[in-house]
Write a protein that binds this ligand. Sequence first.
Ligand code: SAJ
Length: 423
Amino acid sequence: MQKVSVIGLWYVWFPLLVAIAKANKFDVVGFDIQKEKIQQIKKWVCPIDDKLAREEMQEVTFTVSSEPDVLQDVDYHIICVPTPITKNYEPDLEPLISASKLVARYLKPGSYVVIESTVNPGMCTEVVLPLLEEESGLTGGQDFELGHCPERINPGDNKRNLYNINRNIGALTKPWAEELATFYREIISADVYVMETILEAESTKIIENTFRDINIAFVNELAQSFDKMGIDLVNVLKGAGNKPFAFLTHYPGCGVGGHCIAVDPYYLIRKASDHWFDHVFLKNARKINKYMPQYTVEKLVHALNQKQKSVKSTSVAVLWLSYKANVGDDRESPAYDIIAHLQSAYENQPLIYDPYFPEASTHTDLDKILKSTEAVIIATNHQEFLDIDYSQYPQLCAIVDGRNCLNSSRFTDSNIIYTGIGR
Ligand code: SAJ
């Protein structure tokens, strides 16, 4: 039985480990440097908030370890580590570099290395390949193969999952790309497309996520003009969205978070600038999206002005911290930028609550917060909180709905000033 390693068992890749084990054709090992995560998995506790993976892991067998020797004699190494950005929005390749150096120690002739992490065009051949060759003394494309199969998970999506989302594959040589595709077809039921080159495969994911970022920036900029024109953009987008072709609806909000959409465009911007091209449009889109938390606070300023109140002297609650609804993930979350802007621009220390993040919340009792605050900024639209009856809190005078998740008509005759983003 061929041996497969999954290196990096965080959010999107623990399901991959389970899926490979479920194929029942491979001896599967999972490696992660976080010992506590390994301990958790060894107790059959799912390390991520993923219903399918939690169920399926009970039905399969695999080995997990934080000891590198578990990578001995592996035929397929799948590297699944984060590719974040630094504080100054530059690609942070440290996780990918250390994982590549680790795998190189265990490379053997005839083995495959697949990178699933979202990378820049050229990163496999310019960064990973030299590390694999230097450390192993083997030659890529001859002694071992290097391929790229970018992950496409959509966290929190119960319909689309690892098994039914198409994948793209590229490798150093086309024939080996075909062999890698055969390997992935043993694991997933969706289509697996072989790209002409590894560069093309790397480019697909980075433009997919940049596409999403610029489309969100489009509606976020529209939200600012439609606010001034007094037109409900959310209703307009719903109308435009019923066009069955040539329009893909995105919605304005308080900002773009997560470890993908808010991050990946910077990789492409950086790569293009290495080739003397300045992605003005992509940079502007990032600027628009990064401005939205501040815009959200400014909407609160205008709402409170109508009550002759100032943000500085008003108790404000920022509700929910996750970067998107119903997930316990706050990476790059705009909620933190909203909090920071309230603190720096208005010396306002907001009350904070998200049950997914008790340690980042100022209170663990939402009712208590709502009873003691005068204004609310909704930064995440967790499903479980959409039915709150805000009229039960008479001191509440303003709500800024950063995810346009409440029905504005609920506030028509209320003494609460309700405003959204673009509505
Ligand atoms: N957002 C908006 N307006 C929108 C859509 C999203 O403001 O119309 C915001 C969200 O609130 C969130 C951020 O953008 O803060 C990212 O949203 P997302 O749904 O793209 O969240 P991710 O990053 O978990 O998922 C994305 C995938 N999303 C979808 O395809 C729906 C996809 O782009 C990638 O497959 C995935 O990241 C990834 O792993 O790269």
